[in-house]
Design a protein around this ligand. Structure first.
Ligand code: HEC
Length: 123
């Protein structure tokens, strides 16, 4: 008899324990698709991104890649392949596809960067 009671209590505790578990539904990161009706430009869309991420702190010189105001467009343009945006050295470097000492772009910034390249990487 005593044993039966014990089983009931263990059962009750198990049910309470399970019921108290919280499940968090993991939502995929929502990314606004890049706005293809918008005309992207280096000066208004890409440079502010690079400034926010402090790229020029390392890149007046790091890797021989100059992202200071006067040289940034020229440098970036030379590392961009308009025909196949995802293979651009610039894109793979700052999305972490190839290892890099600097920071990596947010998903939203990546979408905008790709759209800018697709539109011809305009100044
Ligand atoms: C902590 C310092 C540091 C920061 C910050 C940094 N980088 Fe770099 N980056 C490097 C170094 C060092 C290299 C050269 C070695 C390598 O390729 O990883 C490099 C290489 C690169 C290259 C490859 C250049 C080439 O000639 O192939 C690109 C493109 C680049 N960085 C872009 C960026 C961008 C864009 C940012 C800002 C989001 C940034 N980096 C921030 C250190 C940094």
């Amino acid at each position: 008899m005593k044993n039966n009671k014990l089983f009931v209590w263990v059962g009750v505790l198990l049910i309470l324990g399970l019921a108290s578990c919280e499940y968090e539904v993991i939502q995929p990161e929502t990314v606004a698709p890049a706005d293809s009706t918008k005309v992207y430009s280096f000066a208004s869309d890409i440079m502010p991104m690079l400034k926010n991420l402090g790229c020029a702190n390392c890149h007046p010189s790091a890797g021989g890649f100059d992202l200071s105001d006067a040289k940034a467009y020229e440098s970036v343009k030379s590392k961009v392949t308009v025909a196949t945006p995802e293979t651009s050295a610039f894109y793979t470097k700052i999305t972490g596809t190839t290892p890099h000492a600097g920071k990596i772009l947010s998903t939203q910034n990546k979408a905008d960067l790709l759209e800018w390249i697709k539109q011809g990487a305009k100044e």
